[in-house]
Design a protein around this ligand. Structure first.
Ligand code: NDP
Length: 392
């Protein structure tokens, strides 16, 4: 019987379970591209529950223990408890929101490890090259939170352009300072908005922004079908340099790999229109951290928002916490209660297939059989490190 080591973010400080704001979540029948929703044999949770934290256990305990497996759930992703259980774990479940970095060094200390499962999307916390060499399967719940992230990105674009956060603060502080609120507030209408990487999330953002009366641009390594470009009136750019110098708002949805690592450095930022905005819900290391801070301080950037940081969680003195004109959140865009129901069901589906020796859906596979596989063969590269600080 297998040991499953599941690393989840800590419970709410007010205790578990929380008092839920709503009684249910809307049921979504299918993903936009027709991919079927997660389809485990059954689930042992009520959709809408907080499943992604330690006490939520992704709703997996009853199923795994009934099958005779040992489930260890911890929020210790960097310490001795994680290392101790890793030594004989067959499955490690982690999440991008609270990543247990599976570096090559850690994989070398996990001789039984067969499956690294991401409860969400984005497996760059796993050293894919090391996983390939060790014959470990890497899988994630593709599409489970793509729309969740797209909604967050649209929200943060509006939050920056409309100067929402300072206006909210004036309310909390008892003020009515209209001029202070609006001295940096604009309409999004009429702006040029550029999306980097028009994959699942990027396309969803483009679709959601089209009715705002903006001019939409995108850059991707692969051009979208002409019909879609025409439907959304998209301008394609064949380089990131061309895109960023042509728009007022840049929204980033590219995976982290060697070609996107530190893509936004001082040189690229200097080519952007003065007063540009960046929203990045992809990965923090696509930015050079301190160059973003400098661009906000100089006014090259009018605002920066997103929910991805490096490392996660960031230190209390991480400069993005206090840089001017930001609207950052913790890494929460992809872990709404709505998304949790989907990625918990998807994690269960993957485990059911894994333990039954049945094939895991291609759309969930990143690495399998000693090579990039399924969706991973299109979205990832194995030559780069999972993350420059993997193991941190
Ligand atoms: P997809 O795989 O659907 O789309 C990624 C797109 O990026 C593809 O069209 C790909 O093109 C393109 N691409 C790859 N390399 C580059 C590059 N160098 N420059 C421009 N485009 C590139 O991914 P998703 O939309 O589902 O997710 C995107 C990223 O968002 C994930 O990799 C993850 O890091 C992040 N994410 C963040 C979440 C959060 O909670 N904040 C949750 C989920 C995802 P091609 O197909 O040709 O390779």
């Amino acid at each position: 019987m297998a040991k499953i080591l599941c690393v989840l973010y800590p419970d709410p400080v007010t205790g578990y379970p929380p008092e839920y704001a709503r009684d249910s979540i809307p049921m979504v029948e299918a993903y936009p591209d027709g991919q079927p929703m997660p389809s485990p044999a059954t689930i042992d949770f009520t959709p809408g529950e907080l499943l992604g934290c330690v006490s939520g256990e992704l709703g997996l305990r009853k199923y795994l223990e009934a099958a005779g497996h040992e489930l260890v759930v911890t929020s210790d992703k960097d310490g001795a408890e994680f290392e101790r259980h890793l030594a004989d774990a067959e499955v490690v479940i982690s999440q991008p929101f609270w990543p247990a970095y599976l570096s090559a060094e850690r994989i070398a200390k996990a001789p039984n490890l067969k499956l690294a499962l991401t409860a969400g999307i984005g497996s760059d916390h796993v050293d894919l090259d090391a996983a390939i060499k060790s014959g470990i399967t890497v899988a994630e719940v593709t599409y489970s939170n793509s729309i969740s992230v797209a909604e967050h990105a649209v929200m943060q674009i509006l939050t920056l352009v409309r100067n929402f956060v300072p206006s909210y603060k004036w309310v909390i502080e008892g003020g009515w300072n209209i001029a202070d609120c609006v001295e940096r507030a604009y309409d999004l209408e009429g702006m040029d908005v550029g999306v980097i990487a028009a994959g699942r999330i990027g396309q969803a953002v483009l679709r959601r922004l089209a009715p705002f009366g903006v001019r939409l641009h995108y850059f991707d390594t692969r051009r979208l079908p002409l019909e879609l470009e025409q439907e959304l009136n998209l301008t394609f750019h064949d380089s990131v340099e061309s895109l960023v110098s042509s728009v007022d708002v840049v929204d980033v949805h590219a995976p982290l790999h060697p070609s996107t690592y530190h893509m936004f450095d001082a040189d690229l930022l200097a080519t952007m229109r003065r007063g540009s905005y960046i929203v990045n819900t992809a990965r923090a290391e696509i930015m050079v951290r301190d160059d973003v801070v400098a661009a906000l301080e100089s006014g090259r950037l009018a605002g920066y928002a997103g929910d991805v940081w490096y490392p996660q969680p960031p230190a209390a003195d991480h400069p993005w916490r206090t840089m001017p004109h930001h609207a950052m959140t913790p890494h929460v865009s992809g872990t709404t209660l709505s998304a949790q129901a989907r990625y918990a069901a998807g994690a269960r589906e993957i485990l059911e297939d894994f333990f039954a020796g049945s094939p895991i859906r291609d759309e969930y596979l990143i690495v399998d059989g000693g090579a990039l596989a399924g969706v991973g063969a299109a979205s990832y590269t194995a030559d780069g490190k999972a993350s420059p600080g993997a193991g941190a």
